[in-house]
Structure formats: C-alpha cells, structure tokens
Design a protein around this ligand. Structure first.
Ligand code: AVJ
Ligand code: FE
Length: 424
C-alpha cells in the first residue's frame, strides 16, 4: 500500500475512534445522571456510611478528574472552577467533610462546562498517544457511578433503569441451582489483560499453572446461606478466622447486609456479605474461597483453543440477555437465569449480579507499572484489601470482563458482594 493511502486510512480510523469515545462518554454520563433523577439535596449530601462519600461528592469528583486529566494535564488549559479542587480531589477533604456540596444543578453545570471543553479538545487531541487515558476516564466515571448506586442502596433508594421490571429478557428456570462444583483440570492458563482498556492492575498478561481444583458452578444462593444462618453460623466461633470472629463480635451481626427472609429470593445470590462472612460460610460448607487465579481460569480460559476469552461467553459485548448489570434490573436475579452466558467450563453468573470475594490479597502482577497515578491501584497493595471479581448488577459494561479486579477491605459489606466456593 502506498504511504498516502495508508495515512488516509489511519486518519479515518482515528476519527472513528474519536467518534466512538465520544459516544461511550455520552452513554456513560447518561447512566450516571439517571441515578440523580428525583434525588433531593439532603440525599445528595448525606454520608450514608463512614466508608463512603455522599453521592453528590462522587458526581462532582467525576467532573474534577475529567477536567484535571484532559483539560489541565493534556490540553494545558487553566483549571476550571478552581474553588472545587479541594472539595472534589480524592486527597482533598476527609470523607466525613464532603457533605457541604453545591446543588445538583450547580454540579451538573460543572459537569457540562467541563464536558463541552473536553469534546472540543477531543476533535484534535493526539489519540494515538492518549487513547488509554480516555478509556481509563470512562471506566473511572463508571466505577464512581457504581459507588453512587451502592450509596443510594444504603439510603433505601430503588434504582431500576429498565422500562419494565424485571427485565423482560430474564428467563427464570424452574430447576433450582445446586451446590454442585465443576472440576478444572491442572494446567497453565493466561491471566490478565493487555488490551487498550485494561487497567494497570490487570497487566501484564502472564501464564499461571494451577493444580486441579473444583469451583462452584453458581454463586452461593440465599437459600444455601440460610442453612448457615439457621445452623447458628453467626454464633459458632469454629467457623470463623480470628480476625473474622473479632470483627463479628465488634459488630454483633447475624445476617447479611441485604438479607430478606423472602423465600422467593432463594435462587438469588447472597448479597451484602463481608469477606469474613464469605470465609465462614465456605468453612461451614467444607470448602474455601477461590484464589483470584482460580476464579479467572474457570471464567475466561478456553482449554480447547488454548486462549483467553474477554467474557465467559466469548467476545460479544455484555447486554441484558447475557448478564445482570448496568442497573438495568436494579436488583439481584436468580443465579441460573442467564443460561447462554456460561464459561467454557460451565460456570454460571460469573459477570454481573454480585461481586465475588476471592481469597487473594490485592497485589500487582509481575512487571506492574502504575497508571495513570500510583494512587489508582498501587497504594492498595498493602495486604489489607481482598480482591473481588465479576461485577454486580450495578456495574457498567466498561467494568465487566473476566480480567477486571476490584478490591475492598475485608469488613466491607455495602458493595453488592457475594461469593462462590472452591476446593482442592
Ligand atoms: C476500584 C472501586 C475500589 O472507588 O475506590 C475511583 C475505584 N479509584 N477513583 C474506588 C476508583 C479512583 C476504586 N475501586
Ligand atoms: Fe475517583
């Protein structure tokens, strides 16, 4: 091909990518803003839980980060709304001092003003150099959008972005999910992700050998978890680790954060458990939590082709026929509802519905390089955070993939998390 033609092709390809990024940013933003429909100022500013900032803070922070990275650092424009810097920077004020916020209308004006300049900049920005950052920003917003959902959930506000509820695509099978396990044969697989949207903590792709192990076909259901509660699981010290028991005594709990005794939810995954509760249930069941490598192999590895899949079902982007995500349903669904989304090894319900705790501490893979700043992942490689996989019913499509890693302190139970078990 001559140079002139190849240059034209790569330019038009760049323009397509600009267009695609713009559309994704708009789509992501429309989901974010839908969550604020009908939210009053008190709810906007309320700190529902000491571990989480008010929803209004998250909204302003989204604008701040977009402005900081694209307008200040890349476009080298002077800061917009410098009076918001201290309030909306992640290292500005402690969480409990983030309640004195501009109104929703003022915050939207901040978002819109930043967005106008960002799209103007996008027209000529050096995407060849910057695409990774633009893709990171979409994921940054969508992760805060998910946190906004967590906080609204804590405030008792129902979210459901589907026209009808439950989503018409969800077919509820009559056969109950079981506690059956799938055996994964010993061998190597490829862990991680090196595509343009992969976050720093997903890189580098590396080969991992695992011995034969078994992993639950389904996440642990409310029905199964009830047997643990009824057997006195919350009162039996033998089932708990020392730190788990200590945590339990301090908080005197006897059921998950989002527990209801409604038997109609028996096939739904248990939701709102801390890592300690997951660990105690696994002990009760004579099992253990999977490592994140075990989770990822069972979800992403295609042993016939010897290759990684981006999603358990292959490469098709997530939609509401494949998994419960993006606030479409606005609550959990039965763990066997999405029959066509099984992984190569036959695991169900791995993406969406509830996050799944793993036994692994959050850490960098070999060759880890921070991006875009060490505060994104690296400061959490502190032996205090456990890895969660798979995403929840509130995770956007940009955070749903087999290699995606989330992390929280083991005591956190406000995040729509459940788990599945493994054994050796
Ligand atoms: C990966 C969800 C734990 O919310 O603290 C957002 C994501 N990092 N802004 C968080 C994040 C910086 C992070 N989690
Ligand atoms: Fe952030």
């Amino acid at each position: 091909m001559n140079n002139f033609i190849s240059e034209c092709l790569s330019l038009s390809n760049l323009d397509d990518r600009r267009q695609e990024i713009k559309q994704e940013m708009e789509l992501c933003r429309s989901t974010t803003l839908k969550l604020f429909q009908g939210i009053d100022y008190e709810t906007f500013c309320c700190q529902a839980h000491p571990d989480f900032s008010p929803v209004g803070w998250h909204l302003g922070h989204i604008a701040f980060i977009e402005s900081l990275w694209l307008l200040e650092k890349f476009a080298q424009l002077p800061p917009l709304f410098p009076q918001y810097r201290r309030l909306f920077a992640a290292d500005g004020l402690p969480k409990k001092q983030r309640g004195n916020l501009p109104t929703l209308e003022e915050t939207k004006h901040y978002l819109d003003t930043v967005r106008k300049q960002v799209f103007q900049y996008l027209e000529t920005a050096d995407l060849e150099q910057q695409e990774r950052l633009w893709r990171w920003l979409i994921q940054h917003e969508s992760q805060h959008t998910e946190t906004i959902t967590f906080v609204l959930q804590l405030q008792g506000i129902k979210i459901n972005l589907a026209e009808r509820s439950p989503s018409p695509q969800v077919i509820i099978p009559n056969t109950p999910p079981t506690d059956e396990m799938v055996q994964i044969p010993a061998g190597k697989f490829e862990m991680g992700n090196d595509s343009i949207e992969a976050l720093d903590n997903e890189r580098l792709v590396h080969r991992v050998y695992l011995d034969t192990y078994c992993i639950d076909r389904y996440p642990v259901t409310c029905g199964q978890y009830r047997t643990f509660i009824e057997a006195g699981g919350y009162h039996n010290q033998n089932l708990w680790s020392d730190s788990g028991w200590e945590w339990l005594q301090k908080n005197s709990l006897n059921q998950p954060r989002y527990w209801t005794s409604d038997r109609n939810l028996d096939y739904h995954p248990v939701c709102g458990v801390s890592w300690y509760e997951a660990e105690a249930y696994a002990q009760f069941a004579g099992k253990r939590l999977p490592t994140e490598a075990e989770w990822e192999k069972a979800v992403s590895w295609d042993a016939t082709l010897g290759c990684r899949r981006t999603y358990p079902w292959g490469e098709a982007t997530p939609d509401d026929s494949l998994c419960n995500h993006n606030n479409i349903v606005g609550q959990t669904t039965p763990v066997n509802a999405y029959q066509t989304a099984q992984s190569f090894y036959g695991l169900y319900d791995t993406l969406g519905n509830v996050w799944e705790w793993t036994s692994s501490w959050f850490d960098g893979y070999a060759g880890f390089i921070s991006y875009p700043y060490i505060g994104y992942s690296q400061v959490y490689f502190d032996g205090q955070h456990r890895v969660l996989r798979g995403g929840s019913w509130a995770t956007s499509p940009w955070g749903l993939r087999a290699s995606f890693r989330n992390w929280y302190h083991p005591h956190v139970r406000e995040i729509l998390a459940g788990f599945r078990c493994a054994s050796s």
